[in-house]
Design a protein around this ligand. Structure first.
Ligand SMILES: Cc1cc2nc3c(=O)[nH]c(=O)nc-3n(C[C@H](O)[C@H](O)[C@H](O)COP(=O)(O)O)c2cc1C
Length: 190
C-alpha cells in the first residue's frame, strides 16, 4: 500500500462537533454513498455483517425528535437535556444498530464491529469536510425508541451519528497522554 500521510493527519486532527451546532450543507447523495461504503468496510469476524444503517433526513429527524417525549421513560432530566440540545439543523442522521442473529462469533465482537462502522463513517465524513457527533443518550437504550425505529428490542442501537457542516470550529479537548495508557509488555520467558 502507498503511504497516505493525509490520512494520519486527518486522524490526528479529527474533532466532533455538538450535534445541535451542525448546519447544512450535508453530504451530497454521491458523498453519502461513499460514506456508507466506508462504513460497511470494517473488520467483521466470520463476515456476519452484524449491523444495519438507517438514513434520517431532516424531515425524519424532526419526526423522530417530536416523538421522543412520548417514548421517554425514567429520569425527566435526561429528556430535558434532549429537548434543550435537540439537533434542529443537522442535515443528516445515520442510525447504526446491531443485527446479531448469528452465534458464529461472540455477540460482543459483532457489536464492536458495529462500533467500527460508526468510526469509519465519522472518519469518512471528516475526510469529505463535514463534522459529526456520535450520540447514544437515553434514546439508544430505550425499547420504545427501538420499536419505533423498527429495531428488534433484543438488538442494540450503537450510535446516532449526526453529520453536517460546522457552525463554528470546535476547540481542541484534552487527549490522554500515551504514557498513561500504553505500556511495554514484559513477560518472563518460561
Ligand atoms: C459509543 C459512544 C457514545 C457516545 N454518546 C454520547 C452521548 O450520548 N452524548 C455526548 O455528549 N457524547 C457522546 N459521545 C461522545 C462524542 O461522540 C464525542 O466523542 C465527544 O464529544 C468527544 O469529541 P471528539 O470525538 O472530538 O473526541 C459518545 C461517544 C461514543 C464512542
Amino acid at each position: 500500500m502507498s503511504r497516505q500521510p493525509e490520512t494520519i493527519d486527518l486522524l490526528l486532527r479529527r474533532r466532533s462537533q455538538l450535534a445541535c451546532k451542525l448546519v447544512p450543507p450535508g453530504p451530497s447523495e454521491e458523498e453519502l454513498k461513499t460514506i456508507l461504503a466506508c462504513g460497511a468496510r470494517v473488520p467483521d469476524h466470520k463476515g456476519l455483517v452484524p449491523w444495519r444503517i438507517q438514513i434520517a433526513d431532516r424531515t425524519n429527524q424532526d419526526t423522530l425528535h417530536a416523538k421522543l417525549p412520548e417514548l421517554h421513560e425514567g429520569d425527566p432530566a435526561s429528556l430535558e437535556k434532549t429537548l434543550t440540545k435537540e439537533p434542529k439543523t443537522a442535515p443528516l442522521l445515520l442510525i447504526v444498530s446491531s443485527h446479531t442473529p448469528s452465534t458464529k462469533a461472540p455477540r460482543s465482537e459483532q457489536i464492536l464491529s458495529g462500533a467500527a462502522v460508526c468510526q469509519n463513517i465519522i472518519i469518512a465524513a471528516s475526510a469529505l469536510g463535514y463534522r459529526s457527533q456520535w450520540l447514544t443518550e437515553w434514546f439508544a437504550y430505550n425499547d420504545k425508541v427501538k420499536t419505533y425505529l423498527g429495531i428488534p428490542v433484543g438488538e442494540d442501537i450503537i450510535g446516532f451519528l449526526y453529520i453536517g457542516t460546522e457552525s463554528e470550529v470546535p476547540k481542541e479537548r484534552p487527549r490522554p497522554n500515551l504514557e498513561d495508557i500504553v505500556s511495554e509488555l514484559s513477560l518472563s520467558p518460561q
